[in-house]
Design a binder for this molecule. Sequence first.
Ligand SMILES: Cc1cc2nc3c(=O)[nH]c(=O)nc-3n(C[C@H](O)[C@H](O)[C@H](O)COP(=O)(O)OP(=O)(O)OC[C@H]3O[C@@H](n4cnc5c(N)ncnc54)[C@H](O)[C@@H]3O)c2cc1C
Ligand code: FES
Ligand code: FES
Length: 1337
Amino acid sequence: MSSKMPAEKQGDILCFFINGKKVTENNADPETTLLSFLREKLRLTGTKYGCGGGGCGACTVMLSRLQPATRTITHYSVNACLLPLCQLHGASVTTVEGVGSTKTRLHPVQERIAKAHGSQCGFCTPGMVMSMYTLLRNRPQPTMEDITQALAGNLCRCTGYRPIIDGCRTFCQEANCCQANGGEDCCQKGEQNPDEPAHEEKPRLFDKEEFLPLDPTQELIFPPELILMAEAANPKTLTFRGERVSWVSPSSLEELLQLKARNPEAPLVVGNSNIGPGMKFKGVLHPLMISPTRVTELFEVTRTPQGVWVGAGCSLTEVWSLLEKLLPQLAEEQTGLFRALIRQLGTLGSLQIRNVASLGGNIVSAYPNSDLNPVLAAGNCRVSVVSAGGRRELPLNQDFFVSFGKTILKPEEILVSVFIPFSRKGEFFGAFRQAPRKESSFSTVTTGMRVFFSEGSRVVQDVSIYYGGMGPTTVCATKTCAAIVSRPWDDETLSQAYNVLLDELVLPLSAPGGKVEFRRSLTLSFLFQFHLEVLQKLKEMHVITEEIPEKMQPLPREIHPGLQEFQHVPKDQSDQDPVGRPIMHRSALSHATGEAVYCDDLPATEGELFLALVTSSRAHAKITGLDASEALRLPGVVDVITAKDIPGQKARKLCGYEEELLAETEVSCIGQMLCAVVADSRSHAKRGAAAVKVAYEDLPDPVFTAEEAVEKSSFFEPRRTIERGNVTEAFESVDQVHEGELRIGGQEHFYMETQSMLVVPVGEETEFNAYVSTQFPTLMQEAIAETLSIPSNRVTCHVRRIGGAFGGKVVKTAALACITGVAAWKTNRAVRCVLERGEDMLITGARHPVLGKYKVGFMNDGRIVAADFHYYANAGNMADESVLVVEKFLLHFDNAYNIPNLRGHAAACRTNLPSNTAFRGFGVPQSLLVVENMVEDVAALLRRPAHQIREINMYKGPSVTQYKLEFSPENLQRCWEECKLKADHGARRRAADQFNRENRWRKRGMSIVPIKYGIAFSDGFLNQAAALVHIYKDGSVLVSHGGTEMGQGLHTKMQQVASRELHVPASKVYISETSTNTVPNASPSAASCGTDANGMAVQNACQILYQRLEPIRLRNPKGSWESWVQTAFYEKMSLSATGFYKGPDLYMDWDKKEGRPYAYFTFGVCCCEVELDCLTGDYRTLRTDIVVDIGRSVNPSMDIGQIEGAFMQGLGLYTLEELKFSPSGLLYTRGPSQYKIPAVCDVPLRFNVYLLPDSSNPHAIYSSKGIGEPAVFLGSAAFFAIKDAAAAARSESGLVGPFSLNSPATAERACLACASPFTQKIPASKPGSFKPWALNI
Ligand SMILES: Cc1cc2nc3c(=O)[nH]c(=O)nc-3n(C[C@H](O)[C@H](O)[C@H](O)COP(=O)(O)OP(=O)(O)OC[C@H]3O[C@@H](n4cnc5c(N)ncnc54)[C@H](O)[C@@H]3O)c2cc1C
Ligand code: FES
Ligand code: FES
């Protein structure tokens, strides 16, 4: 390729600014992204890596450029992970470090997100700050709509977004009242409890009066040098050369055409949102890349009497702004196409993507599900293309899109501009899309439609219908159009059109992407929606007079402030005592400024190596050869680590099963680790890993599904059963018996910080420092030591903070840490391993998918008398903790119900899928969904509301569980009643029913669901905890304890405990890190008992020290803390103490089937209301009210944060997140583009959380209760609300009684469950008659 480039041309100097400082790069590598440049070269590590593909927003920065034509400066948010460094010439970049800092001045955005408790683990926070900061640079007083748009592309796995939105909301001018009671002072007065004294204000989570004002004059200015640079005459071609790729940025169209003529295969890089992911994820190598961003013709906009020519290089944001700007300048009838495009642009990608993605790029990329192409094509748009050979104009129609990712453009042709015509009177447009998530997600099916009538007529003169997502290209429904044209636009024409459409757009049953029935039904329902919209228009124009059945409206989307209620601290509590107060996360400001250091932010040490893994591409095979010779020859590759290199234990034992660290002879899943390549850089290690050749011999009959495992008796033993009463006998005496089944998909942890570790040899006596992002430092220490065959005292594991974990950073992390440790030991150099998002998702497993079957016997009055459950968890290829997970199914499956005869069987199925592991809730969220589904079935059979069946069967009075543990359900009942009251359940239920009577295609559903969740480890020894507290001579206190900080605020709570016990302000207490050399043998931070156990240990240490100081205090009662400490020092008193907490002796005896596996229960109840679009399956949670009994909260802001975050994670689990595997066992969903966790668009429009007042708990510190996990299950209220709405829809089709809806209740499943006339038109596929695209595991 370089031969076709001007030979004499040397690389130019790249010049741009970062945070006001000039950066010049002599050797800019076109393969380098801004993100890696910031993090690795400039050590600006505030900008985070979360996915590398534009899907998570963690890397958001602000880009500012001077627009030479208008001499205006534009600021826009971008994903640094997609932005090629070379594209930055002349631009100014602002990163989170440039916005504000704790050392100098905080920016109000940073302050407000932090103080509003919008940061938990903090990994997403810099990205959030930058999205919001950019918005404020453009609009200092944004609307809520602006805010939700700006944050739509930023994922957070911890907070549930509500506090982030509330922090950002403080910049709005709009009223900030929650309006829960219809406005008018309601926040202050409306919800006042009549028992409370009227003057007593409710405690609030934050006080916005304290916030710094926004002062736009304080922002960094655009560098004047860049203005001069942009205005300089004689722009020249720029060339940058890297190791493998060259980059040319021509300055004129002529030059661009010549270049393209010589290098037709070289892509044009504009937004890099297609090229970039191709290079990163598919390993595509473009030896030459051409950047046309300085060619002015590509950005020109010209208005003609017929429409507007828009430069193909314009970003989608620019196109949107342009169309918006034109709307008021044109007659409404001229703007039909513009409005349709604006509608699609509003939800296409994220703002960061739209800010860079170009119009031409979207068209030429020819995605089968491009959202623009169907609308542009239906709208009769044209394109102007040029090449060195000349210019031509082409219609953007079905002939333009040739095949997957291909258009009719010749390789040397360039798309210069796109003509978007004005619409005519009588011409109407429709644009609809349905995506796995409402925003920031590629469409499943998308469409553009146009119909034209002559004046005063309903007879169709012309019609055009295009779909995306229905094949390899954008397709035209030509025959359907033919069935409509020249006929009146009425029900008869349209109902014939549906039939033609059904025949015309047929998808093979194994079509890539799956969801075949759903996609076909969407084509029909979109046409139906268009039908209704057009009828409405015709009616408005008095062409028709008939009644329109239903006006289609978009789902509501305005997020209102919620209520967060908690109790005041006692009146006599000292002001200095922080316990019980909503103290901000102690690192929140460091998170928001990007100063917080995560594992991969640690600076590289001299000679450090990077490790990349080679994993199996077969689900079940013998390894017949592993050839690393080519990898070893590649630049930078230092070594390849295989099982043979492991000096100590090659396998780790879990639940009685051996787990090989690196497979030697056989593989049992795709993604199993085989060997690792270490090299001098990340890219070299990755290229090395890709060059390792592995030969396999497939073994027969891999097992993938639970059913296959059962058939082949493929289990991890032991399987468990438990029973209370006599289930078999009880079935004899019940009024009705019903059997049901529910499948629950797995869930990817999607912690924002991927698995990360750095193992550093100290240099003598085989000692190592391991910096690992883990919940269980002790395990890392032990595992590395055993693998290296050295004693544990040679390995210190350090954990400062974790960017989210959720159970996923225990067992799997240990295996990775061991391999990294072996590499560090073998090379005697520091080795870093940070998984790419896709690798992380592939290798480290997820929450267990579960197949639940049940048989229930009940009386006609609603009493459930007997129930028998069978649970099959898909454990994957290794045992991990699966047996413990399935035990947990049976410890919880009574949930809140006193079912006298209850039996459960649970098995962990051994399959050839990646091994699954712990995930927040540890099996309870799966187990209880099956139970609640059974309750719903009983309600449906009895034709009674489900909440009544729940009430009838709920534990009351002194109770005992199936494992014979006595407990009082009083607070469960209180939560239930309180939730019904707070949610106004009765009235809203009636209102929802009324809504459903009035709407055919929209249905509202409600559900109220309880939980009883056992806290602590049932293996009693794990409940111990220790702490080490030092007091220094200046009076400052250093606390170490065994728990890790992963966003849950554990360190903040420990700071509160130490502050109370030592009677010093919290600011005197510091927690630096968790390490195995300060607190040995600590338990994992898991099972919701981190605060319970570590709090007691910290309390113990502090009490010892405080006692020790007592004689000095008594001698000098008026002395200060510092004076006492100094006296103690001079009197030779130890100012250091360890604290210990033995923890409850919990156990479960599975032989006797009884025990005391929990210290106590946390109770909670959640009421959700959703609105479901029955035509597309999209839904929105209108309101969520959660009441939780967590005793007396140590920190209400942390606890409410845990509740909201867990609820949203549950909502994701039950309604959104779908792991898909290919028929050969490959995980398809390996990044945020394919796997959708909840985003801002999924936040309940009203989200209220109430901590149950006047509750206490003798079993935990300061009478609090654990809350990390329980609320995940409360997300199931959204699932059952969807089911309730679907039931309402089904009743319109005459369907009543129980029906099957598996979890997650995705749009696909919800839509099909509604059984609309459109879904019913699709012929059902016969299972077994074809090979589905994805496995049904
Ligand atoms: C996270 C994410 C989410 C997305 N969501 C959506 C979505 O919801 N809906 C949707 O429709 N799209 C979506 N996209 C796709 C996105 O809109 C396109 O990738 C983008 O428009 C391509 O433009 P670009 O400038 O980034 O192209 P680049 O990646 O820079 O280039 C893409 C291709 O287009 C060619 N090209 C670019 N400009 C020209 C030109 N003027 N003449 C000839 N060839 C040209 C290049 O040679 C290259 O082959 C998403 C992308 C990402 C990364
Ligand atoms: S890391 Fe850039 S969007 Fe995820
Ligand atoms: S705080 Fe948002 S990902 Fe952890």
